[in-house]
Design a protein around this ligand. Sequence first.
Ligand code: ADP
Ligand code: 5GP
Length: 205
Amino acid sequence: MPRRGIPLVVSAPSGTGKTSVCHRLVSEDAGLELSVSHTTRSPRPGERDGVDYHFVSRQEFEHLVAAGAFLEHAEYRGNLYGTSRAAVEGPLAAGRDLLLEIEVQGARQLRTQLPEARRIFLLPPSRKELERRLRARGTESEEVIARRLELASQELPEVFRYDYAVLNDELEAAVGRVLEIVRGEREGRRAELALRFGPGLVLQS
Ligand code: ADP
Ligand code: 5GP
């Protein structure tokens, strides 16, 4: 019997490096998978529907909300984002550990909707470096960058509500730190199963 996967929420102000860190994590650890969210924003160059996001219209999104399809959803800078129950339940039931890259309002909702989730907050090294990364990505206008920086000041104090804080100074180092956390959580889950069911089940987990 495979053990249930561990949901891992990763949040950070836009531009900190969540997407970069999460993509490296799934390529380095075969047991990790990225949850695919729904959004009403337009795809950026290179983004694929069903892979990076499920890109839907506002009307479709609202229909899904009314149907109770989402575990959490939030409006972020004029666009809607949400994690569907289906995106989470399948991988977790199959025993895969799932990364949920979501902003802070959605992460708050998951506290009640998915209480077993562990929460990791990525921190930028400085405001100056955050600004540099937002510009380097080259996908947003100066006006959007300014608004994202303003929002970052509101999001940063949320770090104290998370289980872990990880500094994303150097990408490799940050990925290594998150992998340590994932391994620690897996060990914790093994130990918990061992206490509850005995070591026989643990060998298969
Ligand atoms: P987020 O998903 O948090 O909005 P991204 O992963 O899109 O952030 O990263 C924003 C920009 O910063 C990208 O250009 C990315 O290549 C760069 N970046 C991410 N992590 C680092 C890092 N540790 N050092 C330098 N640049 C980084
Ligand atoms: P972006 O448009 O840059 O891909 O994402 C903007 C913000 O929305 C990021 O902080 C990202 O983590 C967050 N986000 C992505 N998917 C979800 C989701 O399913 N739910 C919530 N609440 N936020 C999400």
